[in-house]
Design a protein around this ligand. Structure first.
Ligand SMILES: NC(=O)c1ccc[n+]([C@@H]2O[C@H](COP(=O)([O-])OP(=O)(O)OC[C@H]3O[C@@H](n4cnc5c(N)ncnc54)[C@H](O)[C@@H]3O)[C@@H](O)[C@H]2O)c1
Length: 462
């Protein structure tokens, strides 16, 4: 089949490459000249494990091409996916659908015959109806079937997720689309991936409900972590204890600095807004959003508590900028709000991330970008582990201790064990577990008593 992917970002590029790998003829279209030129030159504009190989091999076999010319790409296409961004709309938190509708208008103008138009972007309930309306307005004579086919891939594991999905959701109100959709996903169907056919609005809502539920799970365990700190319990044991219950499951129960990334924050906001518009406020989700928002600055206070609340002039090394490991994506990453909050408290910031430095440079200011983790830790008064990159899990602790001005580690991902860190001579602060920070005179500001965190009192949980 001939497929066009409109929008060649994290989702469009991965989806396009994987669909080409299924054996279809795919053209990825983007309005960003630089992105298309890079792809044509064999360069992948994002970091996603395995993506380069799959793109290269499908380009070499003539199944995958890149262009900015939508009209040419659409000539004779059986199906066109819309995979453009749907960020939060400035000011009110609704999904900004301007890219989707602009792409729709361009597609409508260029279509040459009956085509299945498939929304892969995450869009609020009812967007499919509007896409259909726009196409009928621009091209009343044309036959189209508009389908919702939300994407559930995770950045960092995107190729695997696309090729081994837990389910494929297909929402359609026009049976003519069914054969086309079945043909596109035939290899996955043969692998027995569950395909859920439903109506279009239900499909649109499934995507938001899935992300909102996962965001709620994370926020729930983060609040339990706060309680653990107060009562002297261990959140990791609590997670394990509840996660072993099949009704709950172990995933998305890792306490940390709060969820971020390109999807959860904006999708939670958009679903809250949709529900308000329909006069069905989603109170649980409203609480999730506000709890998660407050958490980032609370993490900065966690750092400052080690210094009795006085961070002014301290040098803080931030390890990890991306919202999760194995991506270069820093959109709404917890690191961003944390850095701002630390700067507000007067700290000087050094940062390092294995893949996210280039993207971070566009959004983070007044920080020192470092060459590697050890460079970042040099002369630091505290290190904050924000993203659980593999290379941060195996730091040479002796070397780290020697490099730092003060041996303080704030581990927001719980990747180290408190006992191990104590043995290595660190004041160690983590999330939802008993802390082992010990009084270390050198970093207690002169004339001030050591903070509770330095006393390491299990009953205070600090
Ligand atoms: N990133 C993820 O992990 C993920 C997962 C599931 C769903 N989604 C959803 O998929 C959608 C895309 O997300 P993304 O992260 O890939 O976004 P992205 O910003 O990485 O990519 C969007 C691309 O669309 C291009 N574009 C915008 N308007 C265009 C037009 N008219 N014609 C052609 N190209 C155009 C942009 O230049 C950009 O390259 C969003 O709705 C998102 O919520 C994302």
């Amino acid at each position: 089949m001939r497929i066009v992917m409109v929008g060649t970002g994290y989702v469009g590029l991965v989806s396009g490459a994987c669909i080409a790998d299924f054996g279809h003829q795919v053209t990825c279209v983007d309005t960003d000249d630089g992105k298309i030129s890079a792809l044509r030159a064999g360069n992948i504009p994002i970091f996603e494990p395995g993506l380069k190989e799959i793109v290269q091999s499908n380009v070499a076999q003539g199944r995958l091409a890149f262009t900015t010319a939508l009209g040419e790409a659409l000539d004779g296409a059986n199906a066109v996916f819309i995979a453009v961004g749907t960020p939060s709309r400035r000011g009110d938190g609704h999904a900004d659908l301007s890219y989707v509708y602009e792409a729709t208008r361009q597609i409508a103008k260029a279509l040459t015959g009956f085509t299945v138009v498939i929304t892969k972007s995450t869009v609020p309930v009812g967007t499919g109806d509007e896409i259909e309306r726009i196409i009928r307005e621009v091209r009343p004579e044309l036959g189209v079937a508009v389908v919702s086919n939300p994407e559930f891939l995770r950045e960092g594991a995107a190729i695997h997720d696309f090729k081994h999905p837990d389910r494929i959701v297909i929402g359609m109100n026009d049976q003519r689309a069914k054969n086309v959709m079945a043909e596109i996903y035939r290899p996955l169907y043969l692998n027995q991936a569950p395909i859920l056919y439903t109506d279009r609005k239900t499909a649109e809502l499934i995507k938001y409900a899935a992300n909102a539920f996962l965001a709620t799970k994370i926020t729930f365990i983060n609040e339990i972590a706060d309680l653990c700190e107060k009562v002297g319990a261990d959140v990791q044991e609590v997670s394990r204890g509840i996660g072993l219950d099949n009704r709950i499951g172990p995933k998305f129960l890792h306490a940390g600095p709060g969820f971020g990334g390109s999807c959860f924050p904006k999708d939670v906001r958009a679903l809250i807004k949709t529900a308000q518009d329909y006069d069905v406020p989603l109170r649980i989700l409203e609480a999730v959003e506000s709890v998660n928002g407050a958490r980032k600055r609370a993490m900065a206070r966690k750092v400052s508590s080690v210094f009795a609340g006085v961070l002014r002039g301290k040098q803080v090394a931030v390890l990890g900028l991306t919202f999760k490991p194995n991506t270069d994506d820093v959109r709404e990453a917890p690191s961003l709000a944390l850095i701002t909050a630390l700067q507000d408290l007067g700290a000087r910031i050094r940062v390092y991330d294995p893949e996210g430095m280039e993207q971070a440079k566009q959004v983070v200011t007044d920080v020192t970008f470092c060459q590697g983790p050890y460079d970042c830790l040099e002369e630091a008064d505290a290190a904050v582990i924000v993203t659980e990159w593999e290379q941060f899990r195996a730091l040479d602790l002796g070397r780290v201790r020697d490099l730092m001005a003060c041996p303080v580690i704030v581990d927001l991902r719980n990747i180290y064990q408190p006992e191990e860190m104590q043995k290595a001579g660190f004041a160690y602060v983590c999330v939802g577990r008993a802390q082992t920070a010990q009084p270390v005179d050198v970093y207690v500001p002169s004339g001030q008593a050591p903070s509770l965190a330095l006393i390491g009192d299990r009953s205070t949980g600090l």
